[in-house]
Design a protein around this ligand. Structure first.
Ligand SMILES: Cc1cc2nc3c(=O)[nH]c(=O)nc-3n(C[C@H](O)[C@H](O)[C@H](O)COP(=O)(O)OP(=O)(O)OC[C@H]3O[C@@H](n4cnc5c(N)ncnc54)[C@H](O)[C@@H]3O)c2cc1C
Length: 370
């Protein structure tokens, strides 16, 4: 698709031929559930090298798609566009670009969509975004921008043959006064043309199931669209606490206590003990989600691979690969020297939650995902 950012017009071109997320979910091997991963734009050369190592590892495992977060208020605009474009042009992966409305005029948003189209990207995860600096602070509309994600869904759909996904919130969005309000506006985004949603992270599968039931009860047609659960394997108590705080979601009290006990009272938490609980929990959650018919599993990786690969390995042949021919899924957690060989705690963005200052959502210690 060629896009004229000035006129805001898109004409049919090559992106209209790229598969959609929903195509990829449907095409998964029969009886197996597809997986996908979320990356964040790197902030420096070392982070970029780590991202590309992760990209090459996941490429061999065959995710249905990979998504790339967008920093609060456009803080990662150039990097998100560049790296997502490279994913489209230099890998076999299907990239989904996150796009947030906050701090942008409609002209800027159009030009972002054009930049994605120029790079052959037709799958866009449309989000409102959170205020830069304080994700939970007051949301101020750009004078020439849009107020809610629903408007941005319409804008993107009007610009061409884009496949749009949106965010959904098992616990309800933290700005929504109640679950009925939350459900109504999620359905509005789907009616506006979104083809699927990806959830905020959660740690209680019942909340995901209730969200699915709420949407189906409100509108059976929109309720049939895929709601893809987002999974974050916990590997650090400090990181997961920060993440849920920034995203406005909750860590169940019993889980918090269990993790705190494992972390111990020392100056440094016992990461191995926390990680063991986190990987077990993520695996059990995924097993139940699969049994309950989840359309896919979307993992937050923070550009690390080891924790996600380990969960995939434990899930074994329940997981489907988009790689044609044999994928390396069966040995996902085994030989990956470059994967998470180093358990460092570095500041990285987290997504699927509130928007992070740099990469994506909430400045959270990256070790959370390793
Ligand atoms: C999977 C996922 C990925 C994410 N990736 C990023 C990212 O890359 N970068 C980033 O900055 N943030 C990201 N976020 C965070 C997201 O931007 C925030 O959670 C944001 O606060 C909500 O975005 P939304 O698109 O759901 O907003 P909206 O759908 O606009 O909803 C925002 C609030 O307004 C309410 N609402 C909606 N429409 C109306 C209406 N017409 N009238 C009244 N109330 C209304 C909703 O109920 C909700 O409370 C992600 C979140 C998820 C779940």
């Amino acid at each position: 698709m060629n896009f004229d950012a000035v006129s805001g017009q898109a004409s049919n071109g090559r992106v209209s031929n790229t598969p959609s997320v929903v195509d990829r979910l449907r095409a998964s091997e029969s009886g197996r559930v597809p997986f996908s991963v979320e990356f964040s734009p790197p902030r420096d050369e070392a982070a970029e090298a780590r991202l590309w190592r992760a990209v090459r590892v996941f490429e061999r495992l065959g995710p249905a798609f990979v998504s790339m977060t967008y920093g609060a208020g456009g803080s990662t605009r150039d990097r998100t566009v560049r790296v997502t474009g490279q994913l489209a042009q230099e890998t076999t992966l299907l990239p989904v670009a996150h796009l947030t409305a906050v701090s942008h005029s409609v002209d800027e948003l159009r030009s972002m969509v054009g930049a994605y189209a120029d790079r052959g990207i037709s799958n866009i995860l449309v989000l409102r975004g959170d205020p830069p600096g304080d994700p939970l602070g007051e949301w101020i509309k750009h004078p020439d921008g849009v107020e809610y994600a629903e408007e941005l869904v319409r804008l993107v759909r009007d610009l061409g043959d884009f496949h749009v996904g949106v965010a959904s919130f098992p616990e309800g969005h933290y700005r929504a006064p109640d679950l009925a309000h939350d459900t109504k506006h999620l359905v509005s985004k789907l009616r506006a043309g979104a083809e699927y949603s990806i959830t905020q992270i959660f740690f209680d599968v019942d909340q995901y199931l209730r969200l699915r039931d709420r949407v189906a009860a409100f509108d059976p047609i929109e309720g049939a669209k895929p709601i893809i659960p987002e999974i974050m394997p916990i590997t650090s108590l400090r990181s997961v606490r920060r993440m849920v705080e920034l995203s406005g979601s909750k860590l169940p009290a019993a889980l918090d206590r269990q993790l705190a006990l494992a972390a111990g009272d020392g100056p440094e938490e016992d990461r191995a003990a926390v990680r063991e609980i986190g990987i077990d929990l993520a695996t059990t959650m995924c097993e139940r989600l699969i049994a309950e018919g989840a359309p896919g599993l979307h993992f937050i990786t923070l550009n690390f691979t080891r924790a996600t690969a380990e969960v995939l390995e434990r899930l074994g042949d329940k997981i489907g690969s988009a790689v044609s021919g044999p994928s390396e899924l069966g040995s996902a957690g085994k030989e990956q020297p470059e994967l998470g060989a180093v358990d460092v705690v570095v500041p990285v963005p987290v997504s699927g939650s509130a928007a992070p200052p740099d990469p994506g959502i909430g400045q959270v210690p990256a070790a959370a995902a390793n």
